[in-house]
Design a protein around this ligand. Sequence first.
Ligand code: SF4
Length: 506
Amino acid sequence: MLTPLKVDPTTFDEGSVGYFRYGMVGDKVLLTNDVGEHLFLTPEEFRRFIAGQVQADEPLYANLRKRYFLKRDLDVEQFATKLRRKKAFLQNGPHLHAIVTTLRCNHACRYCHASRTDMTATDTDMSLETARKVVDFAFRSPTPVLGFEFQGGEPTANFPVIRFVVDYALEKNRYENKELLLSTVTNLTLMDEEKMHFLLDRGVSICTSLDGPADLHDKNRGWMEKQSSHATVTGWMDKFNAEWVRRGFDPDLFHVDALMTTTRASLSRGRDIVDEYVNRGIRSLHLRPLNPFGFAVNTWQQVGYTMDEFLAFYRSTLDYIIELNRKGVFVQERLASVFLTKMFTPDDPNYSDCRSPCGSGSAQLAYNFDGSIYTDDEGRMAAHMGNDFFKLGHVDTSSFDEILRHPTVKALKVASIQDALPACHSCVHKPTCGVQPLHNYMFDGDIFGQRPRSRKCQEFYGVQQYLYQLLSNDTDGSLERIFRRWTIQRSRPGTTPYAPASEVTA
Ligand code: SF4
């Protein structure tokens, strides 16, 4: 990850060169800056750029200028406006509230992140009284957009709490007037018609887990009943989707979303996984690596892999997704979309795992079944692994201010401001990247982590480097057109494109 092209400080023209980062992509020099602009230069153009030798009448000068790489002629006001917009996610309080309705689950997935208990452990069910306090607490957030997401265990195992929270939040919002987002992560195997209609009637969006074709999915996601989890999951996906159509909703916007987790068995199955998603009408696929959380720590030897192995899988699968797009089949990879949105649009998609500073405790909170409040769902999982460091308080005793000003929240912010982090501060990908201190902690026992050794850094660096590599060879602009399409998020009313579900397994 070291930049092989060295800048000679004696040739640097401080008067004309704006603030930038740089790195090599193939034989080109990639420039990036904090407002999300990028530009490829030849090494000779780069040499002339830093020496202040690019003349005002050259096309390169206009290119550098319009992307804010030149200090001379810089419109500071415009630059500041762009930067403010990029960091707009800092302006509101926590908007994502994950509610663990129960730890009970009828699955025993090989990589489970969710610290499940057996279906008999009803003492891990949230009570209605606690659920009411959670909703009241969450509504204290100043955010104009408020999202509740049900997680577990399998959250529908405690459906009375889902029912209560949905109806209570909808009722409360008649006076609060926030944009209310309701969603549930579910393995769909405890679904029935009555629950389905309740969720659809109230606009609750559904996100399930689908790891690929039946053999792969069922290998990863063991079900206690010994039936095929895949058959049940896809059966309910079809039912939900048909019901949305029957009610007159646009199927491009209203359908069951799904998440996949990459195990060792997935590494040779990229095309099969993409085909499974496309054939089921799902147009957004997140190629998620395993996290070192929960049961996965114990089963890492069987299901784990190196980051190099994952990135090889990612690149070949992304190539296939692009190939489909070139044939007119729209499907996007979600992490690529996050980075591309940062590269090609004035906005940041506010994806919690890829922000600076991170959203733990400030953009999202997680509520355990007993009313304990955590920085996020990863913080709650850490507690189940024996470390309560990320617990911020309890709905019975904590005020909203105490939670937001909690020393742990502050520590997580400090540990995720990339301008001040070794390696990130000078990394060419910093403007479009982000760090998640919880991942560092879970993997290295240290919220700061060590880049480039940290697993998330390797993943994000590898993905961004590959996207830029593809773009640097895009001579006719056809790939950029496909990538720009991936940045258009048509979110339906009541949903958000990057819900925290992206990192949680149902
Ligand atoms: S996390 Fe890694 S890839 Fe991202 S900015 Fe930091 S050093 Fe670069």
